[in-house]
Design a protein around this ligand. Sequence first.
Ligand code: ADP
Length: 213
Amino acid sequence: ELKTPLSVIISSAETLLNGAVNDPSSNMEFVSKIERHSKNLSELIKDILDLSNLESKKEQIKFIKVDLLAIAKACIDELSEKAKSRNIQVRIDSRESAEVFGDEKHIKRAVINLLDNALNYSDSGGNVVIEISGDSLNTRLRVKDTGIGVSKEHIRRIFERFYRIDAARSRDTGGTGLGLAIVKHVMDLHKGYVLVESEPGKGSTFTLVFPKS
Ligand code: ADP
């Protein structure tokens, strides 16, 4: 996973140095390859570090009361440009704010990963809804999309590191294959879990479940 973007960066730089830099018909192509693959590499390293921090539990985790509605709004804000550029409507469906006891930064990371996936695996004109609800036992945050969906054979495996159904689509959208592994770890840390329901061609719903006690 690290080798592929690195070798593209090295070979593009070498091609430029060997003369392509003076060829106006191809030099920009190599420069943009270097830019794209460096960005992928940077995302990948960030995700690997996050995952390793979550696994080693070295990082000091602060559990405080956090508002899921506020987190959902912040995540939508953060990805609003991407949603706009992909022509996907994102909205929140929640009657009231819902508080859970947890680590704000990690929960936000999990919601960003789910929302980012909902945008990456939906086509133009799609809809994404974040639903927040609760009962006496759990508080739930759902990210529902009308995207390409996940078939049964893959559902069991998508939380594994680097497991991608369509590696090319994942890479094109800047995916690292680690997003859902991070979500799973974040929910383990909160003694909760993540559920997925999906139908190919219709869409997917990922639910973060936070137990109340
Ligand atoms: P990636 O960086 O590739 O998106 P993830 O761990 O976030 O990695 O997801 C793993 C794989 O699960 C993705 O490559 C994609 O095939 C599938 N997937 C994740 N979320 C969705 C979704 N909302 N709709 C369809 N497929 C999804």
